[in-house]
Design a protein. Sequence first.
Length: 94
Amino acid sequence: MLQLAQWQERFRTENNRYAESADVPAGLLAVRAGGSGAVRYNIAVDRPTSQTFTLTARRSGSVATDVCGDFTLTSAGVQGAANNARSAAECWAR
């Protein structure tokens, strides 16, 4: 997610807006086991504007029932979690 957030900042510099999921290179929209294995999270760009974006990493495959749920990251660097049984801070620290 952090890599995609950095990519978003570069995109905004060149385009004066943040990208939607369709604009993002496919390789940045998935978190894979070991970097090249099975997809663990699918990342989407939710509600991008010219000023803000929210990235949401939704669980998939072997982590579909993980207690940390889905992760979020905003353009302001705010880390969150949704559909989770643990705190966002605890999950981001894992």
